[in-house]
Design a protein around this ligand. Structure first.
Ligand SMILES: [Zn+2]
Length: 456
């Protein structure tokens, strides 16, 4: 009897303790304190128009109960999204573990004003905490509503540009402008802040009408602000046509024997006759080099580094012009056609090459058909190129003064004799250098416009 009582008491105790533990477990589970996690994407600093957002909420405990997204601006509150999630399952009675929902914030449709707005995401779970409201997961994101496009105003009224030459537009762009410039067809030429001695909104943009641009292109000034609003305005310009020369070049076996050894590294594994090798160099390597120049020319500093007219190699004869159509003949047959994108200047062999203007060295070394080449950045998209050198006397990163000797002429690369191939680039596109040697052209097309800009 005593024994039985003891057992009974023991069993009752175990039962009670188990019950208490189960109750404690149940209470702990339904009153769990783990709030849902909330992830909002993206997190833009500014919005200019309808923006899609994605919100991902997760809960480890009793599961997700509700999701509310609001936007608040100067005391006004708008609910963008309100969702309630049901319990799932018959026995475990649990809410969703994870949910991803997209929503749109359209400042126009919501009548939001310009300036700060706060997006808030509230996610609650099925915990019985907080008087039954559940645990709260909250994400707040502050952003700025900006739906006003940047203000753009061309300042220079007469903008002449010769096909293949350089054009300059000076303009004012409001201070929230992040990127601006000129579109010539599909080509974009970035504009730059004019500099510390000009009003803050003053900008310059050098551009060109490439010699090979098809007719029917459009020219316009474009800007984008920090929020992504864009503006587009036309401006007055006049394009002067230009006829380019045709030049017949006879490729002889003597010439091939002379130039091909220079390219032995480039031609490794290349089968074929000498003329085939030459054509590969003249076409494929030329194209690859053009891409290198394009990339180099886009690495330009914001400040104007150059000053006054640009220098030309002293006592040199012009051997070839910018834009010459070169027709290549081999044994009386036309085998290729290319355009010459610089000016060839011949002086005494091994002449000292002066920097055309103040600048920074952005390239110095061998560059395919151009041989040993130096490229100087003059700022705001302008650069000068010196090719076929026997020697470069500067290093990348070095600052050079106008007239400083940067190299020695030679005949490296695809050159028949000692000469300097001189090029000028606008944002990596070759333009006719002769304008930059002409002080009158600079006065009429650059200096006068910069003066207009200074007085804005
Ligand atoms: Zn040349």
């Amino acid at each position: 009897m005593k024994k039985g009582k003891k057992i009974g008491f023991f069993l009752a105790s175990v039962f009670t303790i188990s019950l208490l533990l189960a109750l404690a477990w149940f209470v702990a589970a339904i009153f769990e304190g783990d709030p849902p996690t909330v992830k909002l994407e993206p997190l833009p600093e500014y919005i200019s128009s309808a923006q899609n957002f994605r919100v991902t909420i997760k809960d480890k405990g009793r599961g997700l109960k509700s999701l509310v997204v609001t936007v608040e601006q100067t005391g006004r509150k708008v609910t963008l999204l309100e969702k309630r999630f049901p319990f799932k399952g018959l026995l475990n009675r649990q809410g969703l573990r994870e949910q991803t929902i997209e929503f749109v914030l359209d400042p126009g449709a919501l009548n939001l004003g310009q300036g700060r707005a706060d997006v808030k995401v509230f996610a609650r779970d099925y915990s019985r905490r907080n008087g039954g409201d559940g645990n709260l997961g909250l994400v707040e994101h502050k952003l700025v509503v900006d739906t006003i496009p940047p203000a753009l105003r061309p300042v220079s009224r007469m903008n002449y540009v010769t096909v293949g030459g350089t054009g300059l537009l000076v303009y004012m762009a409001s201070s929230d402008t992040r990127k601006s410039g000129i579109y010539v067809g599909e080509l974009f030429f970035p504009g730059y802040r004019a500099g510390p001695s000009y009003p803050e909104d003053a900008h310059v943009c050098y551009f060109t009408i490439p010699y090979n641009l098809r007719r029917g292109y459009q020219l316009f000034l474009w800007a984008e602000d920090r929020a992504g609003n864009t503006s587009k305005v036309g401006f007055y310009y006049r394009v002067k046509r230009k006829r380019f020369r045709k030049e017949r070049i006879n490729i002889t076996d003597t010439f091939l024997e002379k130039v091909l050894p220079y390219f032995s590294d480039y031609l490794q594994g290349h089968q074929g006759s000498d003329i085939e090798k030459f054509l590969w160099i003249n076409r494929n390597l030329r194209k690859k080099n053009a891409q290198t120049f394009r990339e180099l020319g886009q690495k330009s500093t914001n400040q104007q580094l150059w000053e006054g007219r640009w220098l030309r190699l002293k006592n040199a004869a012009t051997m070839a012009h910018f834009g010459d159509q070169r027709l290549y003949y081999y044994k009386g047959r036309k085998v290729d056609q290319q355009v010459h994108l610089g000016v060839d200047l011949a002086s005494l062999a091994h002449s000292k090459v002066p920097a055309a203007n103040h600048g920074t060295v952005i390239f110095a070394g061998p560059l395919g058909i151009y041989g040993i080449t130096v490229v100087l950045d003059h700022g705001q998209g302008l650069a000068s190129v010196y090719s076929h050198l026997s020697q470069a006397m500067v290093e990348v990163g070095q600052e050079v003064k106008k007239g400083q000797v940067i190299g020695i002429t030679g005949q490296t690369g695809l050159a028949g004799g000692d000469h300097l191939h001189f090029g000028v680039m606008v944002n990596g596109i070759f333009v006719n250098p002769i304008e930059w040697w002409d002080p009158h052209w600079i006065r009429d097309n650059v200096t006068r416009k910069l003066k207009l800009l200074a007085s804005q």
